[in-house]
Design a protein around this ligand. Structure first.
Ligand SMILES: [Zn+2]
Length: 140
């Protein structure tokens, strides 16, 4: 393990390290089964649409919309804030009772980066995608 690598807090199955997609990402330390809950994204509940306005010019998104009125600001949350976007993700987020849960969509090989589809972003002019998927949308 390089010093860039570290375990996700409290979960030995997941590792945070540099990502080819963006900044740091979350990687599977071991093979993970599909359709399983991997954890929960934590953060601070913030009001929409003010919060959406605030992230328009930020290089990275830390907002997960919970309802029309509220979102979870993950910037101060746990390591799942490093989950990167892919146009062909192997994970997805499920919002349930104000909580944001992370599930695997499919079996994930050890060493693979965990990704989710962010969907549309509030960024001006969109956000360039470098996920490398065959059908990459390129701009979110
Ligand atoms: Zn992409």
């Amino acid at each position: 393990m390089s010093k860039e690598t570290r375990r996700l807090t409290a979960d030995p199955r997941l590792i945070v390290r540099g990502s080819g997609i963006h900044g740091r990402g979350i990687f599977a330390a071991i093979a993970l089964p599909g359709r399983r809950k991997l954890g929960e994204v934590t953060g601070k509940r913030v009001r929409l649409p003010e919060a959406r306005q605030a992230v328009v010019r930020q290089p990275r998104i830390y907002l997960v919309e919970l309802t029309r009125r509220y979102a979870l600001d993950c910037s101060t949350g746990n390591d799942f804030r490093h989950l990167n976007h892919s146009c062909r993700p192997n994970c997805y987020l499920r919002v349930s009772h104000g909580r944001v849960e992370v599930y695997s969509k499919e079996a994930i090989a050890a060493g693979s980066e965990l990704t989710v589809d962010y969907g549309a972003t509030p960024h001006e002019g969109g956000m360039t995608c470098r996920c490398g998927a065959a059908r990459c949308k390129e701009v979110l």
